[in-house]
Design a protein around this ligand. Structure first.
Ligand code: UD1
Ligand code: CA
Length: 454
């Protein structure tokens, strides 16, 4: 089969978004609309990808620069046919060209593969609508063969009754496409160069024109305003939720889950309401995630329980840990199995060993914590002197009393105990009690200050 090119039309202004950002850079499921389509191009192993953009300066090419695509500007915008023409210099004749849309983000790879398999000629993706108003109509002859597409504004009354409409997505032999586009005129109701006019040209050239249909209607729905964006977001989230449930994941409410990336789950995973998963997240067998937790780019091993309102970012959590409620694991956190991290504990760029606990109100940053360590309430690692960051080492079986400040760089030895309320600035030896605390005194007969009478 011939190589595949993909042309993504993304030059429309998006006036109804009422935004300074180009329409195709607005996010669905956490990524720009156009990126959804660029990801399709990767899955389809497209040889050449060409994005036709128009508004927002270089915002689109800049945002999508990591994709090996060509970006061509269409200025002025004289119609869909004119838009595809801008891409043609980048496309080789001996190939097929698939036209997709930057504001139609959810066209599925399978649907596009089906188009590739439908025929060697011109292939259109069409849908039947109860209300076809506004769309180009697919005109067929008595034998059911496609003859042309007529735009709503150019259609007669008979043609307007046709319910099969053009989604805009089509696949064409590149050499022919180039020929047809060069012959386009703009003598129509809108004075535009219509891509759809190539259909009648193909018929005249004796090139077979076929059609396929997407499995779901939402695959071809476009976005013109924030309301359509929100609607399609919900459709997509429901689809992802259904997929997870089909794999056995228990969702307290499939309508209150947001996945902005890839969520992979083991067996018997349970997710309570309002959780958000971003980037690559892996949940092992029997992991439970409490309500309103936010987890980004993290792996959570089997049996770990995450209580409500916990935030986990770029972290690795071992098996059978207890996290939260209200815990915050920041980038670079690694918890070994059986670790406990309780409410209002923040951990950053630190390793916490097996069975260690920090259950209340602590900050642990740039630290290496051994196994079976107990970190008392209110412990703070002072890792920053205002200019540089330093590490804190806490060895196995240490016990850090409540309200301790560990001023890094500092080491607490194996089995060491730190007395509550200490400010530790020097290394604490193994197996000894270390504390820094002024002696408790009582001032007999001391009186509280009295309010001065005026
Ligand atoms: C187009 C189709 C119509 C189809 C409908 C589906 C044509 C002539 N008509 O109509 O048959 O039913 O889509 O939604 O193709 N664009 C550019 N440059 C331009 C013009 C458009 O990049 O100069 C892009 C827009 O950003 C948009 C897409 O092409 O993403 C469709 O353009 P639009 O003007 O909305 O076409 P329709 O009139 O809806
Ligand atoms: Ca449109």
């Amino acid at each position: 089969m011939n190589a595949l090119n993909i042309v993504i039309l993304a030059a429309g202004k998006g006036t109804r978004m009422y935004s300074d950002k180009p329409k195709v850079l607005h996010a669905l499921a956490g990524k720009p609309l156009v990126q959804h389509i660029l990801d399709r191009a990767v899955e389809l192993k497209a040889e050449q990808v060409c994005v036709v953009y128009g508004h927002g300066g270089d915002a689109v090419p800049q945002a999508m620069s990591s994709y090996g695509a060509n970006f061509v500007i269409q200025e002025p915008q004289l119609g869909t046919g004119h838009a595809v023409q801008q891409a043609m210099p980048h496309l080789e004749d001996n190939s097929r060209t698939l036209v997709l849309y930057g504001d139609v983000p959810l066209t599925q790879t399978q649907t596009l593969q089906q188009m590739q398999q439908a025929g060697e000629g011109l292939v259109l993706l069409t849908v039947n609508l109860d209300n076809p108003t506004g769309y180009g109509r697919i005109v067929r002859n008595a034998q059911g063969a496609i003859q042309c597409i007529v735009e709503e504004k150019d259609a007669n009354n008979e043609q307007r009754k046709i319910t099969e409409v053009n989604t805009g997505i089509l696949l064409a032999p590149t050499k022919k496409l180039r020929e047809w586009l060069s012959k386009l005129g703009n003598n129509n109701a809108q004075g535009e160069y219509y891509l759809t006019d190539i259909v009648a040209m193909a018929v005249a050239d004796g090139i077979e024109v076929r059609s396929t249909q997407p499995a779901q209607r939402w695959e071809v729905e476009g976005i013109n305003n924030k309301s359509q964006l929100a609607t399609l977001e919900r459709v997509w989230q429901q689809t992802l939720a259904n997929k997870l449930m089909a794999q056995g994941v228990t969702l307290a409410d499939p309508e209150r889950l947001d996945v902005r990336g890839n969520l992979t789950c083991g067996r018997d995973v349970e997710i309570d309401v309002g959780c958000i998963f971003e980037g690559e997240v892996k949940l092992g067998d029997r992991v439970r995630v409490g309500a309103y937790s936010i987890i980004r780019n993290a792996s959570i091993e089997q049996g770990t329980q995450i209580a409500a309102y916990s935030h986990i970012d770029s972290s690795e959590v071992g098996a059978n840990c207890h996290i939260g409620p209200y815990a915050r694991l920041r980038p670079g956190t690694k918890l070994a199995e059986d670790a406990h991290v309780g409410n209002f504990v923040e951990i950053k760029n630190s390793e916490i060993g097996k069975g260690s606990k920090a259950n209340h109100l602590s900050y642990i940053g740039d630290s290496t914590v051994g196994s079976r360590v107990n970190i008392g309430a209110g412990t703070i690692t002072c890792n920053y002197d205002g200019a540089n960051k330093f590490r804190t080492i806490i060895e196995d079986d240490a016990f850090i009393g409540s309200d301790t400040q560990l001023v890094a760089p500092v080491r607490v030895g194996k089995g060491a105990t730190i007395g509550a309320g200490s400010t530790i600035t020097k290394d604490a030896p193994d197996n000894e009690l270390t504390l820094s605390r002024s002696k408790q005194i009582t001032i007999n007969g001391w009186k509280r200050p009295q309010k001065v009478k005026k």
